[in-house]
Design a protein around this ligand. Structure first.
Ligand code: HEC
Length: 253
């Protein structure tokens, strides 16, 4: 009798344990998907700025017609093509955390381009500091503030130009993993980590690599100045430049 109780008891404990494992596994897959979408939307914002860089930098034209509405429609299109999801600003008030994050990010980046209209439309000036990295940083900052505690978004690198982008301990560990020989290119890494007293968060990094257009500022010769008067790092095409870092709250049981 006693043996039977023990066996049944053990079985119950085991089933409970397996269910927990399963719940956690599902959660983390879901959180990885969420974080990846947020990072991908920031990549879309950066890409649309890069695609319109010549227009933004044109010293001959005053009004560029690159309004926040024009910009945002291009971002939505880029994101639809890369992630296969249609998003809108209205999603910011959704009860679904993923839609809410994406909608809030869209509104944040729209506000950034709205604030930059005077700079963008300045005639007679070529370099205006309106580039993917700066739009990306300002967008991330607005988004993190709007989403509140447990959320953040950032562009980071081991060779950071802006001290505001310097990697923290977690980001440093992951960036080093990305740099390991044989690491699968383009694959993000996500983990549940402690945040504050008994609170955990899910953190995720999506690697960013050097492509031809990046070389103008981040390429060689190392130590020379780029068009923004900043020091070039001497990167080569294909090298890891850094990552987009995402943090989202980890749902407690
Ligand atoms: C016009 C020059 C220019 C080009 C082209 C450029 N960058 Fe940058 N990049 C900058 C500047 C300036 C910063 C610092 C931005 C800031 O103040 O946050 C920066 C910052 C970054 C950062 C954040 C880490 C840091 O150094 O502070 C990443 C990641 C990055 N760039 C990736 C890229 C990639 C990838 C490309 C090509 C797709 C690219 N950049 C093209 C000028 C450029």
């Amino acid at each position: 009798m006693l043996r039977k109780i023990v066996v049944v008891g053990l079985l119950l404990v085991f089933t409970h344990f397996m269910t927990c494992v399963q719940i956690f596994a599902v959660d983390e897959k879901e959180l990885e998907k969420q974080s990846n979408l947020i990072a991908m939307l920031l990549v879309s914002c950066r890409a649309v700025i890069a695609q319109n860089q010549d227009l933004i930098n044109d010293p001959e034209i005053g009004d560029k017609g690159f309004t926040s509405d024009v910009y945002i429609s291009k971002v939505k299109e880029h994101f639809k093509n890369s992630a296969g999801i249609e998003i809108s600003e209205g999603d910011a008030s959704s009860s679904d955390p993923v839609a809410k994050s994406l909608g809030t990010l869209l509104i944040s980046t729209k506000e950034v381009i709205n604030e930059l209209q005077r700079t963008i439309n300045k005639k007679g000036k070529e370099y205006k500091n309106v580039i993917p990295a700066i739009v990306g940083r300002r967008t991330s900052y607005k988004y993190s503030k709007a989403m509140g505690a447990g959320y953040y978004l950032k562009q980071t690198s081991m060779k950071y130009r802006n001290p505001a982008n310097h990697p923290d301990t977690f980001e440093t560990v992951v960036l080093k993993e990305f740099e390991k020989p044989g690491y699968q290119k383009g694959k993000g890494i996500g983990r549940v980590v402690p945040y504050s007293n008994r609170v955990e968060v899910y953190r995720y990094l999506l690697p960013v690599y050097i492509k031809t257009p990046c070389l103008k500022c981040h390429g060689g010769p190392k130590g020379r100045r780029d068009i923004a008067e900043k020091i070039k790092e001497g990167y080569k095409e294909g090298e890891l430049r850094g990552a987009i870092s995402v943090m989202i709250p980890y749902p407690s049981e």
